[in-house]
Write a protein that binds this ligand. Structure first.
Ligand SMILES: Nc1ncnc2c1ncn2[C@@H]1O[C@H](COP(=O)(O)OP(=O)(O)O)[C@@H](O)[C@H]1O
Ligand SMILES: O=c1ccn([C@@H]2O[C@H](COP(=O)(O)OP(=O)(O)O)[C@@H](O)[C@H]2O)c(=O)[nH]1
Ligand SMILES: [Mg+2]
Length: 240
């Protein structure tokens, strides 16, 4: 039986009052742009909701191997991979209205306001022909989770959690070599604090709902995928 995930090791000092854990309030401007564009879920016909999407949330700390395993899941089971972090980085690159806010938030290891991230995920879901989605790196906090349910009107069918020792996550992130603004020791420490304080409660929420599949994220990529494969192979809606 799944046990609750307790706190991380000594790597993360328990400074829960730290300002990085204070979530940015939704600015009225951002909120306005979302409330004027209501989700396209109630329309009849061929909206993605009519196609009953199969949603998997892929959770785990920074460097735990979420993106790497998502690639293998896509190859084997034909999912559409939506990395929340990649969608946010694309927003920065496209110099969109929220680009500089997103960049500063990522540099600081904090969480981008839910409505911004969910809008990007929603757009990808609605424009995809695929109905099987891997949502990688989201939700990162309870507020993200609740907002997704409210805006998208769906819950995940499966939640994968890549459980990785902190020392291994730090090593992998520092060696990732993708030129990311947040792959440095200072930001990693902040991200680990955010992961423990805000993301682990989401993991525990899904454990209690019986939706969580905990994967030991140590070992080779293939060894880890050996634990992932049976989770999807057992789902009729995935393999049909
Ligand atoms: N099982 C593994 N063993 C060693 N390194 C790995 C493993 N899986 C992924 N990596 C490497 O670790 C880094 C972080 O992996 P990534 O998939 O980007 O993690 P995440 O999306 O959880 O941050 C990448 O450089 C990746 O190549
Ligand atoms: O739903 C999300 C996903 C990502 N991020 C931000 O984007 C960064 C990088 O996320 P990503 O998932 O790419 O990092 P990974 O865990 O894969 O290293 C995070 O630290 C957050 O600052 C966010 O705010 N909301
Ligand atoms: Mg990733």
């Amino acid at each position: 039986m799944w046990r609750r995930v307790s706190s991380l090791t000594q790597f993360v000092s328990p400074t829960k009052s730290s300002s990085i854990l204070n979530q940015p309030a939704s600015t009225s401007k951002i909120w306005e742009s979302f409330t004027t564009q209501k989700p396209n879920l109630e329309k009849g016909g061929t909206s993605f909701k009519d196609r009953i999407p199969f949603i998997t949330f892929v959770l785990g700390g920074p460097g735990s191997g979420k993106g790497t395993q998502c690639e293998k899941i896509v190859e084997t089971f034909g999912f559409k991979h939506l990395s929340a972090g990649d969608l946010l980085r694309q927003e920065i690159a496209s110099k969109s209205e929220y680009g500089s806010m997103i960049l500063n938030t990522i540099k600081d290891g904090r969480i981008v306001p839910s409505e911004v991230t969910i809008k990007l995920i929603q757009k990808e879901m609605e424009s995809s022909d695929n109905k099987k989605f891997l949502i990688d790196g989201f939700p990162r906090c309870e507020e993200n989770r609740v907002a997704f349910e409210q805006i998208i009107g769906a819950e995940p069918d499966i939640v994968l959690f890549f459980d990785c020792p902190v020392e291994e996550m730090v090593k992998r992130v520092l060696n990732r070599n993708q030129g990311r603004v947040d792959d440095n020791m200072d930001t990693i420490k902040k991200r680990l604090k955010v992961f423990e304080a805000l993301n682990l409660p989401v993991v525990n929420y899904y454990a209690e709902k019986g939706k969580l599949h905990k994967i030991c994220a140590l070992g080779t990529e293939d060894e880890i995928f050996e634990q992932v494969w049976p989770v999807f192979a057992a789902c009729k809606r995935v393999i049909q």
